[in-house]
Design a protein. Structure first.
Length: 82
């Protein structure tokens, strides 16, 4: 039996730190797609799929701002029938 598992990861930085958000997201994409998940009772099928990758600036009423990055990752897992 196959299962698709999805995880959304959020990254926040203060001020004008778009480069920092993108560097963090890039590092996460590299690690998530290079290595398989160590799971008991399941086997990862293929590599992780990056379903969403975006970074944008948010401005607040008190004149503060932040960069917000969102990464959505999907895995296909097969349940071991031992």
């Amino acid at each position: 039996m196959y299962h698709t598992v999805s995880q959304q990861i959020h990254v926040w930085t203060r001020g004008r730190a778009k480069k920092e958000v993108n560097e963090i997201l890039d590092d996460m994409v590299y690690l998530l797609t290079k290595y398989s998940l160590p799971l008991t009772g399941y086997t990862q099928i293929g590599t992780a799929v990056i379903a969403q990758y975006m970074a944008y600036q948010e401005l607040y009423a008190d004149n503060n701002s932040a960069y917000h990055g969102v990464l959505t990752v999907e895995w296909v897992l097969q349940q071991n029938m031992n």
